[in-house]
Design a binder for this molecule. Structure first.
Ligand code: FNR
Length: 215
């Protein structure tokens, strides 16, 4: 199963990108085909309805849409900014949400965060669930927040704490198994069952007018 993984940080040496790389290796170890991306691949302007109406999705959002659609599941590493979701991630979720069919819908998502602080960014992840679930994504119940991230990695990018590694591996395995189980129903071929599930997950798309681009 193909999984798109990226961190919502543009910073060189991003702790969240390092954590996502660790998750990507764990997923590969249990058979996943991981597309490890960088947020720079998805450079996009602030959401602008007029721009969308005139030109559709901008190239960076279109690139993200294609990579999401090529995957059945995602791993998103997100910093916590002021107790919440960072603007660049919310902006990307908003752009992508204008494409039809809604790319987020039915895709399993595992959320992780890393912070030099003592809480690890879990408060931001709770905020991040809201727009993703509103768009019909299946956000995995467990989330992983890495505290003291500035001291958590060795020179090769591995997590130094064995307990943290074990907890992460358990969550990653649980996520992969569940995503694998639902992918044929939610991201597979068009079947009557998939159409039924799609209808049940598309509340938010009904509220929003259809996209002028990315259809
Ligand atoms: C932060 N940081 C931060 N950390 C945290 O644990 N809780 C928070 O609410 C915030 N708020 C916040 C706001 C803004 C605007 C910035 C720039 C930073 C610190 C943040 O965790 C730290 O910069 C991380 O290194 C960001 O993640 P990356 O870029 O290393 O992946």
């Amino acid at each position: 199963m193909r999984i798109l993984a990226f961190a919502a940080s543009l910073r060189k040496g991003s702790y969240n990108q390092k954590l996502v790389a660790v998750v990507a290796e764990m997923l590969r170890g249990i058979g996943a085909d991981v597309d490890l991306a960088e947020f720079r691949d998805f450079d996009m302007p602030l959401y602008d309805y007029d721009l969308q109406t005139a030109e559709g999705l901008p190239p960076g959002a279109e690139a993200m849409r294609k990579r999401i659609e090529a995957a059945s599941a995602l791993v998103i590493g997100s910093p916590e900014y002021n107790y919440s979701i960072p603007g660049i991630l919310k902006n990307a979720i908003d752009w992508i949400s204008r494409a039809r069919p809604m790319p987020w819908r039915g895709r399993s998502i595992y959320l992780v965060s890393a912070s030099p602080g003592a809480i690890g960014g879990i408060r931001g992840l709770w905020q991040t669930r809201i727009p993703l679930e509103g768009c019909g994504a299946l956000v995995f119940p467990d989330m992983f927040a890495l505290a003291h991230a500035d001291k958590a990695f060795d020179a090769d990018g591995a997590l130094t704490d064995a307990g943290a590694r074990e907890r992460l591996q358990n969550q990653v395995t649980g996520f992969y198994r569940l995503a694998e189980a639902v992918a044929p129903l939610c991201c597979g071929e068009e079947t009557p069952r998939k159409q039924e599930i799609t209808r049940a997950l598309e509340e938010e798309s009904r509220i929003q007018p259809p996209s002028k681009g990315g259809e």
